[in-house]
Design a protein around this ligand. Structure first.
Ligand code: FE2
Length: 242
């Protein structure tokens, strides 16, 4: 009986552990991102800011209908008047995880794949025009937020931006889509090195983009027919005012 009770408690502990979100490990050392982003900013950003989003997300979902759901499902299900804790922290975890994934030091970057390259040319003309639109979205974001390159529900590329920790997967956002590139424009992402010079930070962070990773994200978004049609369906419902 005692052994059974122990096993039950152990399983309970393991299952609750398995449902907790965790901060991902960076693929490179903090100092590898310098000089574009200094090591201290990278460390504080990951271990303090991102960690806080993860801790608060785990707290916010505990014992709720969101407990045990995937991060993507949580983001898609957040109602327009969601509690700030869930909306901010689920977004914070998703957005930062994507950000770390697409950044790499110059020596570790690989070129843009042909699929994404062709889509950029078709939508923006060239990568410089995309860069201009991304910088414009990032510069005009008042206060804190993100600039995004997304795959829209109809499969095209689009530049957009969101406030705070919102992202285009969320139903609360006007422009929906699957993010393939995101730029953090919170001051915590650059203040130590760049202070109020957001434009300088944008140039620096653009130099850390690993286009092969962004291509992987683009290919995977284009192949995610289920998610794209879910977003398309949400847009239709919104238009009908349901
Ligand atoms: Fe951040």
């Amino acid at each position: 009986m005692r052994n059974q009770l122990f096993l039950f408690v152990l399983l309970l502990a393991l299952s609750s552990f398995a449902q907790s979100f965790v901060v991902p490990k960076l693929p490179y050392a903090y100092s590898d991102y310098a000089p574009n982003i200094d090591a201290q900013t990278m460390e504080i950003h990951l271990t303090k800011h991102h960690q806080a989003y993860v801790n608060n997300l785990n707290k916010a979902i505990k014992g709720t209908m969101f407990d045990g759901r995937s991060l993507e499902e949580i983001l898609l299900s957040i109602p327009p008047v969601a509690a700030d804790a869930l909306r901010n922290n689920a977004g914070g975890h998703y957005n930062h995880s994507l950000f770390w994934e697409i950044l790499a030091p110059k020596s570790s970057q690989s070129a843009c794949g042909s699929s994404l390259n062709e889509a950029i040319i078709a939508e923006f003309g060239n990568i410089d025009s995309l860069k201009k639109q991304m910088f414009s979205a990032a510069m005009s974001r008042f206060g804190s937020g993100w600039a995004w390159l997304i795959v829209t529900p109809t499969g095209s590329l689009k530049v957009t931006s969101t406030a705070n920790q919102d992202n285009p997967l969320m139903g609360v956002c006007e422009v929906r889509g699957i993010p393939v590139l995101g730029i953090d424009v919170w001051e915590h992402a650059y203040y130590l090195n760049y202070q109020n010079r957001r434009a300088d930070y944008l140039t620096a962070v653009w130099g850390l983009m690993d286009w092969s990773k962004i291509t992987e994200k683009y290919d995977s978004a284009k192949a995610n027919v289920k998610l794209l049609s879910r977003l398309k369906g949400d847009n239709k419902k919104k238009k009908k005012g349901k």
